[in-house]
Design a binder for this molecule. Sequence first.
Ligand SMILES: *Cc1c(COP(=O)(O)O)cnc(C)c1O
Length: 506
Amino acid sequence: MLAQTLTVTNLGRALLRPTKMNSLLTMSSSVHTQLVPVNREHYGGKSLTRDAVDQVDPEAYAIMTQERARQKRGLELIASENFTSQAVQQAVGSAMCNKYSEGYPGARYYGGNEYIDQMELLCQKRALQVFGLSDELWGVNVQSLSGAPANFAVYAAIVEPNGRIMGLDLPDGGHLSHGFFTPTKKVSCTSLFFQSMPYKVDPKSGLIDYDTLEQNAMLFRPKVIVAGVSCYARHLDYARFRKIADKCGAYLMADMAHISGLVAAGVIPSPFEFADIVTTTTHKSLRGPRGALIFFRKGVRSQGAKGPVHYDLAEKINSTIFPGLQGGPHNHTISGIAVALKQCLTSEFVEYSKQILKNAKALADRLTQLGYSLATGGTDNHLLLVDLRPKGVEGAKAEHALDLAHIACNKNTCPGDVSALRPGGIRLGAPALTSRGFKEADFVKVGDFIDEGIKIVLKHQDRAGKTIKDFKAFTETDDAFKKDIKALGEKVTDFSCKFEIPGGDF
Ligand SMILES: *Cc1c(COP(=O)(O)O)cnc(C)c1O
């Protein structure tokens, strides 16, 4: 009644007045705050719903163009990032974002889903095709919103509450969503709602310690073993993982988020030969929109005494995604994934993926020549982990200084690091710059720029205080440092601006 007699704009003001209703509320409830009055303006342009974003919202548009300029001028070496294509950007910005379609193709809660169904089926079909899977033995869910929620959905589907999971420890190159916790905090909800036990890399070789994993798996008896990495430069031994999973009675889940583009192109070993379940993000080496895929086996799981035992993963995983955890699927993202998968089926994408491997190798070789040590001694995939401990430079300081010179990478723990809070190295990845057309010689140049950046840190860090906070303050105030890093930044920008960038204008 009250609201009906007021216009929207003076409703706010009316609520601020101490009416009888408001004071009653204040007395009966312990929490009550008055709202801030909302200022509204007349848009005044041609059409709020048809004008372009630069017209409707210059402020947001300016941020987007600045981010685009940042992407162009810098050297993007964050191993999980990529530049998606114009075609994928168009799909994600399409009218497919308007539709509610809770459910699955052929079984939706709302009408009008004939094209939405077509798109989801197309995306599923291509996902199986790209990874060489027959639809008799494998199914795929394309609705999960991103990598970490996809992993959580799998655990929720097949592990009972408080059930057991083993994944590679985060400081050893695993992912948060594989169950990370510290002595004082269950950081990932995977460790809160399930019991997680990490396996580790050998601190000397940097390689996964499969023997200890096997011993611990036989004691811990996990329901799921996760074979997946965010910072590991070598191939995983999926056959070994399979043996361990069989021995302790676990499902083998491969999380190929970082490497799925390379798997799609067939240039590195595929987890599908051995895993029961495979999850992946779609926005890393796969070069699609931000999203995820969950693949699961169908058909016969094992031969029991009373006959074949069948997988029931399809029903469990699909019903956990919807209605278990999510509502309406993001159909624009599913469209973008379909378009990205179409691209994965081209010979150009295979060439791109081969080039990623060559570029990562070229960068690894150059840095080794320049005297840097790499965890595991090199790389077989798209990334490398530079161990800066022998140089006496902290990962966080290197990351910060390189960022000031427009070189984007991230600090990362190295095998044997005592504190996860003071990582000893930086992680470098090739997918994004390879999408900009960088070849081996360009990556040699990138290695030289990184070396120059580290040398600038070494030259000045004695004067910069001990903590990363001190160091950051120093980089903002010390003129000698600022001069050196600016000179490097200008060289970096001149170099990177020569390369094209995938995608649209902003
Ligand atoms: C990136 C990544 C994820 C998480 O993906 P988000 O989309 O960021 O949630 C999960 N697992 C691995 C191995 C990853 O590298």
